[in-house]
Design a protein around this ligand. Structure first.
Ligand code: SF4
Length: 423
C-alpha cells in the first residue's frame, strides 16, 4: 500500500465511499477504466465507420463495459486486451468526428476545427496547447496525496469567468506549447512513473481538448512507451523538471501494464455526447459548481445554459455511480444568489458528494482593481469574501448536512489553524 492509502483523510466515510474506485486504481489494486475499455471488441471497424454507426456502437458497448467494470470492482480478473481495435478506438474515432462539427460543449459551435478556417467560443482549431504539467501539491488531499496530482494544464476555455484564477492560461489560447497526443501521453506516462497518484486533466477547460486527451488515453491503453524524442518534447512544459523524483515505475503498473486513474477536472460545461465518451474513460470526476440558477453565470462568465447543464451532468455522474468530488468557490456578494442554491441543490440531489466549499477567491483577471484588465462592471466581486460571508456559507453547508468539512478544512480549521496530522 502506498502513502496515499495511509492518509487519515480516508477515515472519513463519505470520502472513502465516494472515492473507492479511484483509490483502488491509484493503488493499482484495480485497472483504470481505459484498461477495461481496451478489452472490448467493436462489431464495426471504427476507422471506416460513419459517426452514426460509431454512436450506435458506443451505445451497444457501454452496458457491456459497465457489466465488466462492476465485475472487476467485485474482484473479477481483467480480460485480455483485444488484438485488434477496441472501445478505446471507438471513442477516439468519435471525438475526431465531433471535432469536424464541434459539439464538445453546449456552445455547439458546429465549426470544423480540423479545417481551422472558423473558430468557436474556445477560439481553438484542432491543435492543443499545454501550458505546464507537474506534480500538483495544491489539490485536495485525496488527489495530491504525498507525491502530487499529475496535472496537465491546457490553454483556453469555453467560459469567460471575469474572476478566473487561472486567467493567464484560460484567456490566452497561445500560452504554452503545441502538444500532440503522443507528447501528451508521454507527459502522463512520466508523471505516473514519477509517483503521481493520478493524471489530472485540467485547464482553462479540458473538454475543448477532448480529441487530444482521448487520443492520448487510447495510446496509454495500447502499451505506449514514449521515445526519447517524445520525452524531450514533453519536458519543455514540465514546470518541476529541475526537481528530482524517484523512479516509481513499480507504482505505475497493473498486471505489468501502465495504469493510472484518469481525473477529469472541469467546469462541467459539457455536452451529453462528451459525457457519454468520458464515462468509459474517467475514473474520478472533479467538477466545479460555481453559479446559482439566476443571471450570475451570464453577468460574471458570459455563459448561458449554465445551471441546467452543470446540474444535468452532476446528476448523471451520481446516477452512473461514478467517483467524484465537487468544488464550489465562495464569491463576494454572491452567497445568497450562488452559494446557497448550489449547496441546496447538492443537498437535495447528491447529498453524499464530498464538497470543497472554497475560501480562496481573490480578485483576479477582469475584477482585479490593480490590473489594466479591470472593468468597473465587476466591482461587486473586486474583493476577497469576508469572514462573515465564508462563515455563513459553511454554516449553511452544515445545516444542510453536506459532506464538506473534511475536504474544506483539511489544511486548516475554520480559524485558520493548521490541521492535525494527515497521516
Ligand atoms: S469546444 Fe465548445 S466552444 Fe469550442 S468550438 Fe467546440 S462547441 Fe465551440
Amino acid at each position: 500500500m502506498s502513502d496515499l492509502a495511509h492518509l487519515k483523510i480516508w477515515d472519513d466515510r463519505a470520502i472513502r465511499d465516494t472515492l473507492s474506485w479511484y483509490l483502488d486504481v491509484a493503488e493499482n489494486r484495480r485497472p483504470a477504466k481505459f484498461r477495461i475499455a481496451a478489452t472490448l471488441s467493436p462489431e464495426i471497424d471504427p476507422v471506416t465507420s460513419d459517426e452514426d454507426a460509431l454512436w450506435a456502437e458506443l451505445d451497444r458497448l457501454t452496458p457491456i463495459f459497465l457489466g465488466r467494470w462492476e465485475a472487476i470492482r467485485a474482484g473479477a480478473p481483467l480480460p485480455a486486451t483485444t488484438d485488434g481495435l477496441s472501445l478505446l478506438e471507438v471513442c477516439r474515432e468519435l471525438v475526431y468526428r465531433m471535432l469536424a462539427h464541434c459539439n464538445f460543449c453546449p456552445w455547439n459551435c458546429r465549426v470544423d476545427r480540423m479545417a481551422g478556417a472558423k473558430f468557436g467560443a474556445c477560439k481553438l482549431a484542432s491543435a492543443s496547447r499545454v501550458s505546464s504539467h507537474f506534480h500538483h501539491t495544491g489539490e485536495e488531499l485525496f488527489y495530491r496525496g504525498t507525491e502530487g496530482s499529475g496535472t496537465i494544464f491546457f490553454t483556453s476555455c469555453n467560459m469567460r469567468c471575469a474572476f478566473c484564477q487561472n486567467g493567464d492560461i484560460s484567456t490566452d489560447k497561445d500560452n504554452g506549447e503545441e502538444t500532440d497526443p503522443r507528447t501528451l501521453a508521454a507527459m502522463a506516462w512520466t508523471l505516473r512513473h514519477e509517483g503521481c497518484h493520478n493524471i489530472n486533466w485540467v485547464g482553462g477547460e479540458v473538454v475543448i481538448h477532448l480529441h487530444a486527451i482521448v487520443d492520448a488515453i487510447t495510446l496509454l491503453g495500447r502499451d505506449f512507451t514514449p521515445t526519447q524524442a517524445e520525452l524531450r518534447r514533453a519536458r519543455k512544459t514540465k514546470a518541476d523538471r529541475l526537481f528530482w523524483f524517484d523512479d516509481a515505475s513499480d507504482k505505475a503498473l497493473y498486471e505489468g501494464k501502465f495504469n493510472a486513474p484518469m481525473l477529469w477536472n472541469s467546469n462541467f460545461f459539457i455536452t451529453l455526447e462528451s459525457m457519454k465518451i468520458l464515462r468509459v474513460l474517467t475514473d474520478v470526476w472533479l467538477p466545479d459548481f460555481k453559479f446559482g440558477p439566476g443571471r450570475c453565470a451570464m453577468t460574471l462568465a458570459k455563459t448561458p445554459w449554465y445551471w441546467e447543464t452543470v446540474t444535468r451532468n452532476l446528476a448523471l455522474i451520481a446516477d452512473w455511480g461514478e467517483d467524484y468530488s465537487i468544488r464550489h468557490l465562495v464569491m463576494p456578494n454572491h452567497v445568497e444568489c450562488c452559494t446557497y442554491p448550489v449547496l441546496k441543490w447538492i443537498a437535495e440531489r447528491v447529498p453524499a458528494a464530498p464538497i470543497n466549499v472554497m475560501a480562496q477567491f481573490h480578485p483576479d483577471n477582469f475584477c482585479d482593481p490593480a490590473s489594466d484588465k479591470y472593468r468597473d462592471r465587476y466591482a461587486d466581486i473586486a474583493r476577497r469574501p469576508t469572514p462573515a460571508e465564508l462563515e455563513k456559507s459553511w454554516r449553511r453547508a452544515r445545516e444542510l448536512g453536506l459532506k464538506f468539512e473534511t475536504t474544506t478544512f483539511e489544511r486548516c480549521d475554520t480559524l485558520g489553524m493548521p490541521a492535525l496530522l494527515n497521516m
